[in-house]
Each structure stands twice: as C-alpha cells, then as structure tokens.
Design a protein around this ligand. Sequence first.
Ligand code: SF4
Length: 218
Amino acid sequence: MSEGPDVSVTPIPPELQGKVTITSLDKIYNWGRRNSVWPMFFGLACCAIEMICTAASRFDLSRFGMEIMRPSPRQADLLIVSGTVTKKMAPQIVRLYDQMAEPKYVLAMGACASGGGPFKEGYNVVPGIDQFIPVDVYVPGCPPTPQALLHGLIHLQHKIDGQSLREVAWYRRETAAEVPLPLLGPDLINPGQAGLLRERAAQASAQGGAASPTLPSS
Ligand code: SF4
C-alpha cells in the first residue's frame, strides 16, 4: 500500500544492508504494470502511421515494455485512438473498449481523436472520442510526432504510478457497468437519449415522414 514503513526509522540489520530494498506494495504493483502496457493494434487514419513509426526501430516502444501490440481487446491494456473518429466507427470503438479487461486506459492521439480536428464540423465526424469513453491522456497535434506519442505514453505511466491498490476500480466488489454503445444515426447521438430517439423515430414513422429525428443536444 502507499503508506509503507518509514525507511528513515526502520532499522536494517548490518548483515542485510546493501542487500535488501524496502518499498511499498503499490510501487511494486505499479512498476510491473507501467512497464508492460500492451496497446491494442488498430488505427483509424493518418495518425496511425505515426503510431506505427513509434513502434518501429527508431523510436522503439519496447524501451517502455509496450512493444507487444495485441490484435484482440481481451489482451490489451491501452486503447490508442489514432485518427478521425467517424460516426460509423464510434460504436465499434466503444464495443472494443467494453471488451477490454480492467485495468484499461485510453489515449486520444491527435486533434481528430481529441476533438474532431480539421473535420470537426463534418457531417460524419465525432468531435472527440471522449464523447463516449473516458480518455486518460490526450496527445495534441495533426499528426502528433512519435516523440509526442511517447510523451503521452510517459504521462500514462505517471498516471499508473499514482494509482493505489486500495482505490482502483477493478478490485471493488461491484461490477463496472459497460459503456453504452452509441447508436449510428444522423446526428451525434447521446446514448442516454436512445429511448427518446426511438420514440421520435416511431412518431415520425407513424406520421409518414422520414425516421430521422434530430435530438436535442445534451
Ligand atoms: S489529427 Fe491530423 S493526422 Fe491525425 S487523423 Fe486527424 S487529420 Fe489525420
């Protein structure tokens, strides 16, 4: 735990001095996790090329223990959202996030994933993946350089360093609720308003109009 023994007052027998290290359980636990984060192997647009460069030999993600990019969400700790998030892709990204086991983290790479980027006003673009899933680290840029992504990953490591076994969500008795899947529709859909959307679609359909209601902004 974070409140370990105070080494300044804990006597170490002379025969053990220089041979033992006193630390906290949190520190050991987080040291293992921070140096073995496995990102999910998927990309959405141009930012993904920079992510691939980051994993290649010049920048070398394996220095951080992160070189094993997993093709399955069940084996991944980190979702790097690298590219433009379209409305068509948003449900798939949320589904992948839900399929990842805890502990899991999300890094929004680039202007598109963080806030829509140059396509923010586009009819088909989501203004940031944080509309749907919690983001731990944002990396600005269009595209961010590999150095910027590494900087974001180091920030993630600092975040992991600050977590405590006593407080992390994945050791609680209550099961965590899944993030609701957004519905593909004409507008950016707030999943919490899905019932309202269905109701209005049914009304529009009954009136013989197009079933494409506009939801009020949340
Ligand atoms: S932030 Fe720029 S480089 Fe990255 S996906 Fe968007 S347009 Fe492409």
